[in-house]
Design a protein around this ligand. Structure first.
Ligand code: FES
Length: 239
C-alpha cells in the first residue's frame, strides 16, 4: 500500500435532503413525466430525463420528485435515489438561478482553469458546491467538457463560455447578476438553470439552433485541409 488516499472532488455533496419536502410538482408535471415515459420502449429508460424535469420544477431532486418517478415507473424510491445520486448533474440541494461550471481538467488547468476557479469563487464569495445567499449563482468544478480547443472553458447552465480570461469571467458574472442578455460563445442565449434542465428533459425551447454549431478552433483542421486540397484517403487506400 502506498498510503495514498483517494481525494473526492465532491466531499460535501451530501445526500438528498429528505426533510426538505417543498415541491412544485403538480398534475401538469405528472402528465409531462408520463409523456417522457411514453417515448421509450422500456419505461425505466425514461428515468434520466424524468429527473431533469424534476430539477426544472423543484430546483433539485426533491423527495416528491423521487416518489413521483418511482410510482410512475413502478420501481422503488431507493432505485430512483440510487440513480439520482450517482450522476453529478443531479442536484441534491437547491442551487442558484445560474449554475456556473469551471473546468479544471488537464488542458483547462494548463491554461489557467484553477486560477479561474479561484477568481470566480472570490468574486461570488462562495466555495465550490455552494450557492450565493441571494440564490443567483451556484458554483461547480467541472470535468473536461470536450471543449479543450477553447480552454480554459466555463459553463453557464451547461452552455459553453470559451477561451475565458479573468476579465471576461468578471464581465460575464456582472452581466448575469444584472440580468443583462448573455449569449454562449457556441450556443444559445442564457436563460436559467431550471429552463436549461427542462430542455435536457426533452422539452425544447426553440433555441437549439441559436449560435454557431462549431467554433473556428474545432474546424481549423478541415479549413487547412480544404485550403491545401487535402482529402481523406479512400477506405481501401487506408488499409
Ligand atoms: S480540459 Fe477543460 S474542456 Fe477539456
Amino acid at each position: 500500500m502506498s498510503g495514498h488516499e483517494f481525494q473526492s472532488w465532491f466531499p460535501a455533496s451530501g445526500t438528498i435532503d429528505m426533510s426538505d419536502t417543498a415541491t412544485n410538482i403538480d398534475e401538469t408535471t405528472l402528465a409531462e413525466l408520463r409523456q417522457l415515459v411514453a417515448r421509450y420502449p422500456q419505461p425505466r429508460s425514461a428515468l434520466l430525463p424524468m429527473l431533469h424535469l424534476v430539477q426544472s420544477v423543484d430546483g433539485r431532486i426533491s423527495p416528491a420528485g423521487i416518489e413521483a418517478c418511482a410510482q410512475i415507473l413502478g420501481i422503488t424510491t431507493a432505485q430512483v435515489s440510487g440513480v439520482a445520486t450517482f450522476y453529478t448533474m443531479y442536484r441534491r440541494r437547491p442551487g442558484g438561478k445560474h449554475h456556473i461550471g469551471v473546468c479544471t481538467t488537464a488542458l483547462c488547468a494548463v491554461m489557467g482553469g484553477d486560477a479561474q476557479l479561484d477568481d470566480v469563487s472570490d468574486k461570488l464569495g462562495i466555495e465550490v458546491n455552494e450557492t450565493t445567499p441571494d440564490g443567483r449563482f451556484s458554483l461547480e468544478r467541472v470535468e473536461c467538457n470536450a471543449a479543450c480547443d477553447f480552454a480554459p472553458v466555463m459553463t453557464v447552465n451547461w452552455e459553453f463560455m470559451d477561451n475565458m480570461t479573468p476579465e471576461k469571467a468578471e464581465q460575464l458574472l456582472d452581466d448575469l447578476a444584472e440580468d443583462r442578455e448573455v449569449t454562449s460563445t457556441r450556443g444559445a442565449r442564457i436563460t436559467s438553470w431550471r429552463e436549461a434542465e427542462r430542455v435536457l428533459a426533452g422539452f425544447p425551447d426553440g433555441r437549439a439552433d441559436e449560435g454557431p454549431s462549431a467554433g473556428e478552433a474545432s474546424l481549423l483542421g478541415t479549413s487547412i485541409a480544404a485550403a491545401n486540397g487535402w482529402t481523406a484517403p479512400a477506405p481501401e487506400e487506408a488499409k
